[in-house]
Design a protein around this ligand. Structure first.
Ligand code: ACO
Length: 361
């Protein structure tokens, strides 16, 4: 048995390759550096879907814009009961209202759903009316407009695009595996995506970036970093934004996102000194992890600079995991279709270690 299925190969995929020793990510034959900051999310979603659906449009922009408008109709179902939930729980509940199925129309609606529903939920929680999608905008620009209620600058839209592309697919991570297991039962894409959202929400997976901001806020200034981080480790806490199941070196996505934060720093988005402060906390954390966990190479993962980037874009930390889902949903759908195309029902074995029935003598 492999604890946590570590090193178990559970699927063959043409979608992405995570090289944990070299710190390299390939998405459909392109390196992450070739894609992030250079390619729009719509194009990467097309790249991921290619070969898994018939008659894909050459440009995903209009179809995705139309899907944003179509799913916006469900926002009317956002009742006050859902507003007491966390944004990801409310977004998941609205996504669950979408019809299940395996066709391209269902896929486009699911691609649009986390963006449209999260924006409506956070605005409603702040007492503001939802903003109707603008199908003429890029997905990234419309996400920022729908969430914040004002148009995004070009630099902001490009930064969010770089983020969505960076997290669009990443091998057989926990949420993608969950989506593939569900797809393998032929339950449909909506069911698979709901499973992906549910797995993503945990703090050991996509729930980490909100707590990264809490950590930075609690540390407050670089001089406090070492003492705060040591105390956290002494309590047995994990340092959010560090460590990975597959990477034994720095997660390449961390640098792609750090570059995107750096590009935004030229404008007014990033608080003065914020990036330098985060870098100081990062260096302190890496030094302490090396000291306290000498047997496990622990480095920065995607979530650390995700937190900085999404904060700089004026998105509330309570939505960070939802924004992750806005990008990863492309991977979940592609993996679900790949599973459906060639894979058998995923049904592993467990080893029984409980008591045996008492047999009468
Ligand atoms: N802080 C402190 N210690 C850590 C951390 C961390 N962030 N990550 C791993 N460790 C330690 C564990 O305590 C353990 O130490 P021990 O052997 O002394 O008990 C050792 O490293 C191995 O830990 P595992 O739990 O076996 O490692 P696993 O591969 O299961 O964990 C995970 C990977 C869950 C990402 C882990 O590194 C973690 O909890 N990180 C913090 C949360 C986080 O940032 N999650 C986002 C990951 S990226 C993503 O999913 C998109």
């Amino acid at each position: 048995m492999s604890d946590g299925l570590e090193d178990v190969v559970a699927a063959e995929t043409v979608l992405s390759e995570v090289d944990g020793q070299a710190g390299r990510l390939i998405i459909r034959g392109r390196s992450l550096d070739e894609l992030a900051g250079r390619t729009r999310f719509e194009e990467v979603a097309r790249l991921l879907f290619d070969g898994f659906f018939d008659d894909l449009p050459a440009d995903f922009g209009p179809a995705l814009g139309a899907a944003r408008l179509a799913v916006f109709a469900e926002v009317a179902a956002l009742d006050t009961g859902l507003l007491d939930r966390t944004p990801i729980e409310a977004m998941r509940a609205l996504t669950a209202r979408l019809a299940d199925g395996d066709d391209l129309e269902v896929a486009f609606r699911l691609l649009a759903a986390p963006a449209v529903f999260t924006a409506a939920v956070v605005r409603a929680q702040a007492g503001e009316a939802p903003v109707r999608p603008d199908p003429a905008l890029s997905h990234a620009a419309d996400i920022l407009r729908m969430t914040r209620g004002r148009p995004a600058t070009r630099a902001e839209a490009e930064a969010l695009d770089a983020y969505l592309v960076t997290v669009s697919d990443h091998g057989l991570n926990a949420s993608t595996f969950a989506a593939r297991v569900i797809a393998s039962t032929r339950a449909g894409l909506t069911s698979a995506v709901l499973g992906g959202i549910s797995a993503l929400k945990g703090p050991l997976h996509g729930g980490a970036p909100g707590p990264v901001i809490d950590m930075l806020d609690a540390i407050g200034e670089p001089a406090n970093a070492r003492a705060w981080l040591e105390a956290a480790l002494a309590r047995g806490d994990r340092l959010m934004g560090f460590g990975h199941r597959v990477y034994r070196v720095r997660d390449p996505r961390a640098d792609a996102l750090k570059r995107a934060v750096g590009r935004l720093s030229d404008g007014s988005n990033v608080r003065p000194g914020r990036l330098a402060f985060a870098e100081a906390v990062e260096s302190a954390a890496l030094a302490i992890l090396r000291e306290k966990k000498p047997n496990r190479p622990l480095d920065t993962n995607v979530e650390f600079y995700t937190a900085l980037l999404l904060e700089a874009l004026g998105l509330p930390p309570s939505t960070f995991t939802c924004v992750f889902a806005m990008g990863r949903v492309a991977g979940w759908i592609a993996h679900a279709r790949e599973q459906l195309a060639g894979g058998r029902l995923i049904r592993p074995q467990s080893r029984y270690v409980g008591p045996l029935p008492q047999v009468a003598a």
